[in-house]
Ligand binder design. Structure first.
Ligand SMILES: CC(C)(COP(=O)(O)OP(=O)(O)OC[C@H]1O[C@@H](n2cnc3c(N)ncnc32)[C@H](O)[C@@H]1OP(=O)(O)O)[C@@H](O)C(=O)NCCC(=O)NCCS
Length: 335
């Protein structure tokens, strides 16, 4: 039996609409200078982040999902009432249960849908696309909403200057449908998780979960920034190369590289190590910060709205983060 689970794959999944939303309130580097000892220059140089959007106190991840879906419906004239499955990738659900996906089902009166949240941190959106492709291919479902959404501001410690400069809030949504003729947009997938490094980046809550490493129990994001950085530039670059290799493509065949927008310096290093040019890289880091599961759809939607992404182009989406987890997808954009 061939055990290579990450080889080029079958797909009948077609992306038929995209939408996004970020909250109104903007938190600039100048605002952060008033909260912690930092500077615009330090933040820009180390991260490439200029500002991020922050949810209102009474605005939660489900609200961001609703707005992103409304944005998609307005732009593409699509209905979601006949969606038959909803996947929300998030690390910041309104509550552990009910799922954010079930809030989406209820809000839009989608009467015959299943719904589940998945948590793969910053790899969540790519992982959700992979799941949607599998559900469509198995014919279990035929019209799926895939949303990446976060309100990371609610779990960010604004007294910790090593983390509070990084994170922002936002949501991006894809509508993905089974094609009539069996052709699909998903060309290849890749996954790799290293749980032995889980303690390098986590949200503290159940102290026992991270074992001896978890000394924080306040519910905030905790990270060893330097180690996460090292892991990203070496292991993630290797993962991107694995995905390319297993798809039979080289970096030169890919029109757009969309790595998770963790930090501009990480993106630059990934480009250097994988052969992608910065000019073919889409990111949402500068104006939105690190929005975890929302960062990839936000970056794609900015480019779609600007008209830079064209139907037929190949994209490599690559999420990475808490877990430590990586998930990548090569897609042929058909919108
Ligand atoms: C967080 C990160 C930007 C910090 O940059 P760095 O170059 O590694 O900085 P260090 O942690 O080594 O700290 C260097 C100095 O800057 C200081 N510093 C940290 N945050 C600062 C801030 N916001 N403003 C000013 N100085 C800061 C540190 O205290 C340290 O000072 P010292 O030398 O006097 O001790 C960087 O490690 C990073 O991007 N890591 C990856 C994080 C990430 O992307 N996480 C999500 C993955 S999905």
């Amino acid at each position: 039996m061939n055990t290579t689970q990450n080889a080029a794959i079958h797909s009948n999944a077609v992306i038929t609409a995209i939408g996004s939303y970020v909250p109104e309130r903007i938190l600039t580097n100048a605002d952060l200078e008033k909260l912690v000892e930092t500077s615009d220059e330090w933040i820009m140089q180390r991260t490439g982040i200029k500002e991020r959007h922050i949810a209102a106190d009474n605005q939660f991840t489900s609200d961001l999902c609703f707005a992103a879906i409304r944005n998609m419906m307005e732009r593409y004239d699509v209905s979601v009432t006949d969606v038959d499955y909803i996947i929300v990738a998030t690390s910041t659900p309104d509550a552990v249960f009910p799922s954010v996906a079930s809030q989406v089902q209820s809000h839009f009166g989608i009467t015959s849908a299943g719904a589940a949240d998945i948590q793969a941190a910053c790899a969540g959106f790519a992982a959700a696309i992979q799941l949607a492709n599998g559900l469509l291919l198995s014919r279990a479902h035929r019209k799926i909403l895939v949303i990446g959404a976060e309100t990371l501001s609610k779990i960010t410690d604004y007294t910790d200057r090593t983390t509070c400069i990084l994170f922002g809030d936002g949501a991006g949504a894809f509508l993905i449908e089974a094609s009539e003729d069996g052709h699909g947009d998903v060309a290849a997938v890749y996954n790799k998780t290293d749980g032995t490094r889980g303690h390098l980046l986590y949200r503290s809550s159940l102290a026992s979960a991270i074992g001896e490493h978890d000394i924080h129990t306040n519910g905030y994001i905790v990270q060893n920034g330097r180690e996460v950085y090292r892991w990203a530039v070496s292991h993630v670059a290797e993962g991107v190369q694995q995905l390319l290799e297993r798809s039979g493509h080289s970096a030169a065949d890919i029109d757009w590289f969309i790595p998770h927008s963790a930090n501009m310096r990480i993106i630059e290093s990934l480009c250097e190590r994988t052969g992608f040019l910065l000019s073919q890289t889409l990111s949402s880091i500068n104006l939105y910060g690190n929005t975890s599961a929302a960062s990839i759809p936000l970056a794609i939607d900015e480019a779609v709205k600007a008209g830079t992404v064209k139907p037929g182009q190949l994209m490599l989406l690559y999420g990475f983060g808490g877990g430590l987890t990586q998930a990548g997808v090569i897609l042929r954009w058909s919108l």
